[in-house]
Design a protein around this ligand. Structure first.
Ligand SMILES: [Zn+2]
Ligand SMILES: [Zn+2]
Length: 986
């Protein structure tokens, strides 16, 4: 079991999660809605990303003192599950399902839901997500369904529900309409054959030239449409006369002459001969073709592509449907609900329309109707679940009249804080402005059944809003124990108007209606938990992927808006949530989608085993601006592991190794500039994280801890108003380990006084204690692990039961502000001096006499005059230069490269010491081991060693150093001289 798994076990054993909620009894409530995932297949990185965001935010606000119950939920219904089962059972059509029996089919759906849920649970737990898995809600529970009914009934009472015959996006394989926002989830680039065809005019010998990308719609043609203000012309080519838009003449190949120019309005009312006569074969009483087969004027017609003349088939296009309705054209289907031609289409009957295209084209060619053919590639909508190309299809369906409440949708959006912010008026806001009526009924099986009944006699329709109401209004029978089909299908109601029997309309809810009802249905509102739901609505926070702007975020908003047009306890004019974080996709390193086929991503389980969930979490939180797409790779997670998880662990290990086991109390504040600096840095980190978390900006908050790009000015304030806003901070962990600890190493390992050791170790302890709490929401495992080692008996037993630290304002004073800027000056100067050394080709181990630096470096100044000497010694130590001079009259850093004999000797000495230390390490000796050194040298270096013997012994923790004829050992080359030495523990 690795470290993280042990921590999971500890959390479980002590029930830390529930303690963290119980702890906050009576505190302010923070409301969170968990978007139910479709638990089909295994959870992927997208789920892990969303879950990390949710978990981090909720842990943060919990530590901040709020009470946050966390219930997960599962989306169990709808096409995703049905589709999976159809594949499993090799079912190709609805007919097969009905032959099998709806009951059996639904049973299969029901049992498959749970098989996937356990995979999800396991992965989410391993990521560290704290949630109530045992109390999960599921959309297939009767209680949940009853609340969905309640929602629909409320909308029904507000006259926001309507039955309508309209053209809808339609999946012929699933044999159901789908909503306009589902269409948006399945556009794909495809190649289709597009054709130009001739429609022969009745009055003269010209033909109207028409373009279409759906040849299969031609048999049902009933009209042509033109734009009345578009310019058209009649041309002659090889003895044939054609009419088309003037701006589209480029499609005519070869020589032609223009006979006359026409305005669109001149063409209106002109008749043409039907291309096919199949429609006439469908005998329906009272159908008249009087208004058919003529030129109509359509607002939607443009001359941007095609020929400026549009073929109209009322059954397969929204514009077509509207214009046909206006002109009283008949609505007759030549295509059945499975997308195949009916018998009346004698030449193509039984063929699936998309498959019939090529046969139709050959037929048109034979008859001389085809003018020309092209292959085009275009974006075509496909079923988001089964991948079949969608058709537009005229059919009876039920709509939520979203267009009626569009203004409220837009204004309720004003109350939402979007992360990233551009979504508010961009992708989401625009989508609301263009909102359409919502076709919410699926003619399917596995879903919450639509509670609408229709009278067989007088056609009265009734919506049922609860089980009690159902029982009251039904024809007597056994109480329904399962609200699903097929049981609900048997329930008949008594018509209140004529007393005849009413039957339920076919169909189940769009699963997005169900998930959109989640704020109410998860708690069986308003039948139970009424006070609680009303108190906690709307949610303080939700988080899901960007695609949900046209999915769950949208349906939540629509239903919340519809329910709160007046106050029924949920408030008036409310969105469903106040803050939302929207994440992008996780792609591979090259920007491709993660796919099983490409095998371009590691199994999450392997990543957990190798680098831990913390590393993955931190990568997901900080590597990419939230909302943008990720470039994922194993190496990048490894980098986080090294720079964050391992780095902070090493800081702790250093502390544990060197801190006095029995510390003595110190009473005065630290006077070492490094202590002052890191303590100030810590408070600024705390203060800024709070600020970013208040705005739900996780990217910026986490980058403060472990790195990533941060903007920040270097606007040093010289007046007394200290402004931390301008405080440009890098990664804290890097500053801690690569600056504070590195520069303080000697204070721990060879302290000048016990007191200084105390100061250093107590400073480091303060930093680590606070840092583990600061990191806890984001990297809960390592934080817990370190906390357990740092905590005192009186502290809570888990870091996640602690309060989130608040910045200690008293530390953030003028002094620490000046130190911060001065330290930046020092570190920038060091970098420049080291660069000068590199340029001159002189190693850092070779001491130099002096360096000169200007007063302003990278915009920073040294203003902390109290610490002047300490700060300057940092430069000296780090750059190995004896004297640092700040000069008024220079612009650039420069170094004195002249080497005196003394400097050379010192350089050699350092080289020898370094090799001895290296040898100690390689021999596996501990830092406390005392050693003896024997060396063999045949040059002037001997006198050097003798001269500095005491210093050498001190620096290497050696008790003796002597010369002898050793031939084997470590060899050092210094200039032209060679030293061989051996060491051993004494
Ligand atoms: Zn489908
Ligand atoms: Zn009736």
């Amino acid at each position: 079991m690795n470290k993280e798994e042990k921590i999971l076990e500890f959390w479980e054993k002590e029930d830390i999660f529930h303690q963290s909620i119980k702890n906050r009894e009576g505190a302010e409530y923070y409301s969170f809605y968990d978007g139910p995932p479709f638990a089909t297949g295994k959870p992927h990185y997208g789920h892990i990303l969303a879950t990390t965001i949710k978990d981090s935010v909720l842990r943060y606000w919990t530590m901040r003192g709020y009470q946050i119950p966390r219930r997960v939920g599962w989306d169990c219904h709808g096409l995703p599950i049905e589709n999976l089962i159809e594949k499993e059972m090799d079912i190709k059509s609805k007919k097969q399902i009905e032959e099998l029996g709806i009951g059996k089919f639904n049973d299969a759906c029901r049992s498959s839901v749970f098989s996937c849920v356990s995979d999800f649970q396991e992965t989410l737990k391993r990521v560290g997500r704290w949630a109530d898995y045992s109390e999960a809600y599921s959309t297939m529970d009767n209680n949940y369904i009853e609340s969905v009914w309640w929602v629909l009934k409320k909308l029904w009472d507000k006259e926001l529900i309507e039955k309508n015959y309209r053209v809808s996006p339609y999946c012929p394989r699933c044999a159901t309409t789908i909503s306009n926002f589902e269409v948006n989830q399945g556009y794909k680039e495809v190649k289709d054959r597009s054709i130009y065809v001739r429609f022969k005019a009745v009055d003269d010998d010209a033909c109207f030239l028409v373009w279409t990308t759906t040849p299969w719609t031609l048999p049902g043609n009933l009209a042509l449409a033109i734009g009345k203000d578009i310019d058209y012309c009649l041309i002659e080519r090889e003895g044939e006369k054609l009419i088309l838009a003037k701006s589209r003449l480029s499609i005519i190949e070869g020589e032609y002459s223009i006979i006359s120019n026409l305005k669109g309005s001149d063409l209106i009312g002109k008749k043409y001969f039907p291309m096919f006569d199949y429609l006439q074969g469908v005998i329906i009483d009272g159908v008249s073709y009087d208004n058919a087969y003529q030129i109509l004027s359509g607002e939607f017609v443009t001359d941007e592509d095609g020929t400026g003349i549009v073929h109209i088939n009322p059954m397969h296009g929204e514009d077509d449907f509207q214009i046909s309705k206006e002109h009283g054209l008949p609505f007759i289907h030549l295509v059945d609900e499975s997308g195949s031609f009916v018998d009346a289409v004698t030449d193509f009957s039984g063929l699936f329309v998309k498959d019939a295209d090529s046969k139709i084209i050959s037929y048109l060619k034979e008859k001389g109707i085809l003018y020309k053919e092209q292959l085009i590639s275009h974006e075509y909508p496909h079923c988001w679940r089964c991948d079949s190309p969608l058709l537009y299809y005229a059919v009876d369906s039920w709509y939520v009249l979203v267009t009626k409440i569009k203004d409220s949708l837009v204004s309720n959006n004003e109350q939402i804080n979007w992360v990233p912010g551009h979504l508010k008026y961009g992708r989401f806001g625009k989508w609301l402005e263009g909102a359409r009526d919502w076709d919410f009924v699926r003619k399917r099986y596995w879903g919450a059944p639509i509670p609408i009944w229709e009278c067989s006699e007088c056609k009265k329709k009734m919506c049922i809003g609860s089980i009690a109401e159902l029982e009251e209004k039904r024809v007597a029978g056994e109480r329904v124990s399962d609200l699903h089909r097929p049981f609900i299908d048997d329930v008949k109601l008594i018509c209140p108007d004529c007393g005849k029997s009413m039957s339920r309309i076919e169909g189940v809810f769009d699963c997005w209606f169900e998930s959109g009802s989640m704020p109410y249905a998860q708690w069986h509102y308003p039948f139970e938990n009424k006070e609680m739901v009303e108190r906690t609505f709307p949610a303080d926070f939700i988080a899901e992927g960007l695609d949900q702007t046209r999915g769950w975020f949208y349906t939540l908003t629509v239903l919340a808006t519809a329910l709160t047009t007046e106050d029924i306890g949920l408030g008036k004019d409310k969105p469903a949530f106040k803050n939302v974080i929207t994440n992008g996709l996780v792609l591979d390193d090259k920007g491709r989608k993660l796919s099983k086929k490409l095998k371009n991503y590691p199994d999450p389980k392997d990543v957990f085993d190798k680098y831990g969930a913390d590393s993955l979490r931190y990568f997901l939180l900080s590597s990419t601006n939230i909302g943008e797409d990720y470039r994922f790779s194993d190496d990048k997670v490894k980098e986080v592991w090294r720079n964050v998880v391992l780095a902070v662990e090493n800081c702790f290990n250093f502390y544990e190794t060197y801190a006095p086991k029995e510390p003595i109390a110190i009473t005065t504040p630290p006077s070492n500039v490094l202590d002052k600096w890191i303590l100030g840095r810590l408070e600024v980190l705390n203060e800024r994280i709070d600020r970013f978390m208040a705005g739900y900006d996780l990217t910026k908050a986490t980058r403060l801890i472990g790195g990533g790009q941060m903007e920040g000015g270097n606007n040093y304030n010289t007046d007394n108003n200290v402004s931390w806003d301008d405080y440009a901070v890098g990664a804290f962990i890097d500053d801690l380990s690569n600056w504070y600890i590195r520069r303080s190493r000697r204070r721990f390992q060879k302290p000048e006084s016990q007191e200084d050791l105390e100061y250093a170790s107590q400073t480091l302890e303060t930093v680590l204690c606070k840092l583990t709490k600061i990191m806890a929401p984001f990297t809960p495992f390592i934080s817990e692990g370190l906390y357990q080692k740092l905590r005192k008996d009186s502290d809570p037993i888990s870091v996640h039961l602690c309060d989130y630290p608040s910045p200690n304002q008293s530390v953030l004073d003028r002094d620490s502000y000046d130190i911060y800027w001065s330290m930046n000056y020092i570190r920038s100067s060091i970098n420049l001096i080291l660069a000068e050394r590199t340029k001159a080709g002189i190693k850092v181990r070779q001491p130099l006499a002096s360096a000169y630096i200007p007063k302003v470096v990278d915009g920073y100044k040294l203003t902390a005059s109290t610490y002047y000497d300490q700060l300057i010694s940092l430069i000296k130590e780090e750059t190995n230069i004896k004297e640092i001079l700040i000069k008024d009259d220079i612009q650039q850093v420069s170094i004195d490269t002249e080497l005196t004999d003394e400097l050379r000797e010192e350089g050699s000495l350092r080289e020898i010491i370094r090799h001895i230390q290296q040898e100690r390490k390689e021999k596996g000796m501990s830092p406390e081991d005392k050693i003896s050194i024997v060396y063999n040298v045949d040059s002037g270096l001997d006198s050097l060693i003798q001269k500095y013997q005491t210093y050498l012994l001190e620096e290497t923790l050696a008790l003796s150093i002597s010369s002898d004829e050793v031939n084997q050992g470590r060899e050092i080359k210094i200039g032209t001289d060679t030293v061989i030495f051996t060491i051993k523990v004494v």
